[in-house]
Ligand binder design. Structure first.
Ligand code: ISJ
Length: 360
């Protein structure tokens, strides 16, 4: 015996009522949390990345379906975002303009109840957060096809900001045309240099004679189509929608698993969430075996490295700074031991932050 449509819809209405009441009950509790924070701390910090990561992990762990854990966690991401906005509306600076993947990463990490502020360059995002004009910032740090975003690493050398989170985003690039584009007369294609590199093989095969022009962002490439008739742009879905463009060909990235990792930067340290990562910079006097000596303590303490980059130190030619990402929190005993050993060996260490491993 199947239920009638009316009966099923009545049951859904009843559940929606309960869900709505429960969500408001949750929001009231979050508001009370804010009151406690204000009462107990002269400089209250409302956004707590470690707590949010724990909430999202619990959602995934206890999920029974039929909705999958990722989907459920995304719902809760938005619920927390709205609850946090009742405590304080977050201002999040990102590498703009509107419609960039960095904006998409910011909204994936913070949910949609934040004010996202586009800025023109990576160091501007750092400065906005340093000056307190934004609570947090979001910058790209590495791409699985094209490697590290040097500018972000270099800016950490001179900044006191802390990394308080990471986000990964699958990156899909689309070939886009505007209203005025004469598709059979296209002589140039605009995009950010990283994007052109991530679509190099596709462009070689399908648009061999078309000039590739690197512009400051994919969104800027999309924007340009409004007043050009012989050009196309490569950009993501957000830019496509924002500028009212049409996809000529979707997913033209050379690698189907093309992913970019972004960092959340803020002014506070983040307590341990239980599953954390730590990023640090190590520099030492150039000598035979320096890198080996830097890495040995991690091996000795059984700490897994997730990334290692070297960059010119900018203090003297051919001297380098190592950027290390590892598993664990800086308060963990074994990581403390690593830091002590590195310092005892005469290296300079700058801790860039410990932060929860990406959940979404
Ligand atoms: C409610 C809190 O404040 C914020 C909102 C959270 C939530 O809605 O669950 C979690 C962490 C904080 O970002 C809290 O710190 O517990």
């Amino acid at each position: 015996m199947t239920d009638s449509l009316d009966n099923l819809r009545n049951q859904i209405d009843e559940l929606d009522q309960k869900l709505q009441d429960l969500l408001n009950e949750r929001a009231t509790l979050a508001h009370k949390v804010a009151e406690v924070k204000i009462a107990t701390d002269p400089n209250p910090v409302f956004y707590r990345p470690e707590r949010e990561a724990q909430v999202l992990r619990k959602v995934k762990e206890r999920n029974q379906g039929p909705l999958d854990g990722e989907t459920m966690a995304r719902f809760f991401r938005e619920v927390m975002s709205a609850c946090l906005a009742l405590e304080q509306r977050m201002k999040v600076a990102f590498l703009g303009p509107e419609g960039t993947f960095t904006q998409q990463a910011a909204l994936k990490h913070f949910g949609h109840a934040v004010e996202s502020v586009p800025l023109g360059a990576i160091d501007e995002v750092f400065r906005e957060v340093e000056a307190g004009a934004a609570h947090y910032g979001v910058v790209p740090v590495e791409n699985s096809t094209e490697g590290v975003v040097n500018h972000t690493l270099d800016t950490f050398m001179t900044s006191e900001l802390k990394i308080c989170g990471e986000v990964e985003l699958r990156i899909h690039h689309h070939l886009l045309a505007g209203q005025h584009t004469q598709r059979d007369k296209v002589t140039r294609v605009y995009s950010h240099q990283q994007t052109l590199a991530q679509c190099r093989q596709w462009l070689d095969a399908h648009m061999p004679g078309v000039e590739r022009i690197a512009v400051s962002s994919n969104a800027e490439a999309a924007r340009r189509l409004s007043d050009e008739w012989n050009a196309m742009a490569i950009a993501g879905e957000m830019a496509e929608e924002l500028y009212g463009l049409e996809a000529v060909q979707r997913n033209i990235e050379d690698r189907p698993d093309n992913t970019t990792r972004f960092l959340i930067i803020g002014r506070q340290d983040t307590p341990a969430s239980g599953k954390d990562k730590t990023s640090l910079m190590v520099s030492g006097k150039n000598r035979p075996g320096l890198l080996f000596e830097v890495l040995a303590p991690f091996r000795d303490e059984g700490i897994n490295l997730t990334r290692l980059e070297s960059r010119p130190s900018r203090t003297a030619n051919w001297s380098y700074v190592f950027f290390v990402d590892c598993e664990g929190h800086k308060e963990d005993g074994n990581l403390q031991a690593v830091l002590d050993k590195l310092e005892a060996a005469g290296n300079t260490i700058k801790l860039l932050g410990s932060y929860p491993k990406a959940v979404l």
